[in-house]
Design a protein. Sequence first.
Length: 273
Amino acid sequence: MPELPEVEVTRRGVAPHLEGQRVSDVVLRHSGLRWPFPADLRQQLAGQRITGTGRRGKYLLIHFGHGTLIVHLGMSGRLRILPAATPPQKHDHFDLVLERQAMRMTDPRRFGAVLWHAVGDGPVAEHPLLRGLGVEPLEDGFSAELLYRATRGRAAPIKQVLLAGDIVVGVGNIYASESLFRARIHPATPAGRISLARYARLAPAIREILAAAIAQGGSSLRDFIGADGQSGYFQQSYFVYDRAGQPCRVCGAALRQIRQGQRSTFYCARCQT
């Protein structure tokens, strides 16, 4: 599944082609993805100008004067900028058509989403999918102190707390494993037992890992490629993720793999305690 870095790489890829442009048409090739397409989406967007783009967690936001288009890539979705007349392929579900180009959403597994939030429904941050999200890890509100305060009394493993998204948003499975390794924290440690000093290692580790992944175009595992058709290459920098049985790049011990909440977690038992 595309995580925060992949969604931000996608946003940066499509933004120059979208911002300030007027939508000439909307093409919907099926009834919907994870949820049905808004019935009046074509009427809402045709003729309207895109005022900007944004991101909240793993959700891409395309802003208009009268509302915001919310796009989620799901498990296998991706966006591309193509000539408007490009014939669609089997898994192409949605086109946002501009004057000469189109932003096309391809989603083989159809777990993504294209939704509309009108200005009259309040700030987009109050949309049901967004209102419960935690702070953005690359913005000023994220800190060791926030992690420490929010986890007091929590018995859940720190890896699961990071993935939950209610404290900090967008730290998915890959980057949680990598961040915990950099901070030297075992992924099964109860979040409420981690000291402020250890969170002072984890918070910057999360920032650094996510920023490095964005700079390297994200991680191109399974379905993800950027909007420009290029693969990311952060996976070449993994210290633990998907490296079970291989030697730790720091101490040489064999890396381990466990299951947490039906997701694989990778760690070094010697470096992470």
